[in-house]
Design a protein around this ligand. Structure first.
Ligand code: GAR
Length: 208
């Protein structure tokens, strides 16, 4: 049984998709051990609590420096002894120490087809604003392993989504969530939980 920590900062719709998928069997061999947020007001914490999952907040506001916060966060995460860390809308820069410790055991969902519209400064609605600004006709979402770079780790799954004439960033964000994120994040977790994801020369190989 793969033990998961789901790290969140906001609404938690991706967390909800993971919980629903565990409930209805789209994800097997995995359970959420803890939900951790950096933001006390994240609705994701309510979602976790309502499902009976331990849901805690470690806020940078409660620490005098970023280093202290990073250490406290890592200590908290370590205490749950999870097998996989899932960044599900976690909008905090992951400290190098944590990336090193959870190498090949930490995945992220990003709301574009990497390498488009990713890297520093591209998160949440900003990603969709940039896609509309550029005028792309197709966007989507990507699940990838987390490495030292921003959105640069090995890609596990991607799902394209059509951009429609007259889309607002909010409308596009919603379509990308519904048609891509809420599907490929649970699917990636299920593949990992069932031993179907391998890394070879920095690339992901999926077993059929
Ligand atoms: C999602 O769209 C996720 O892909 C994005 O934040 C949103 C969180 O929504 N993550 C990033 O932009 C990371 N770079 P949620 O809290 O409803 O799951």
């Amino acid at each position: 049984m793969l033990k998961l920590a789901v790290l969140v900062s906001g609404g938690g719709t991706n967390l909800q998709a993971i919980m629903d998928s565990i409930e209805d069997g789209r994800i097997t061999n995995a359970r959420i051990e803890v939900v951790i947020s950096n933001n006390k007001n994240a609705y994701a914490l309510e979602r976790g609590k309502s499902a009976g999952i331990e849901s805690v907040c470690i806020s940078p506001k409660d620490y005098s420096s970023r280093e202290e916060f990073n250490l406290a966060f890592l200590e908290k995460l370590d205490s749950y002894q999870v097998d996989l860390v899932v960044l599900a809308g976690f909008l905090v820069v992951i400290p190098a120490m944590m990336i090193e410790k959870y190498k090949n055991r930490m995945i992220n969902i990003h709301p574009s087809l990497i390498p488009s519209f990713c890297g520093k400064g591209y998160y949440g609605l900003k990603v969709h604003e940039a896609a509309l600004e550029k005028g792309v006709k197709v966007t989507g979402a990507t699940v990838h392993f987390v490495d030292e770079g921003t959105d640069t780790g090995p890609i596990i799954l991607q799902q394209p989504v059509a951009v429609k004439q007259g889309d607002t960033p909010e409308a596009l964000q919603r379509r990308v969530m519904e048609q891509a994120e809420w599907k490929i994040l649970p699917e990636a977790i299920n593949l990992i939980a069932n031993g179907k994801v391998f890394l070879e020369d920095g690339h992901v190989i999926l077993q059929a």
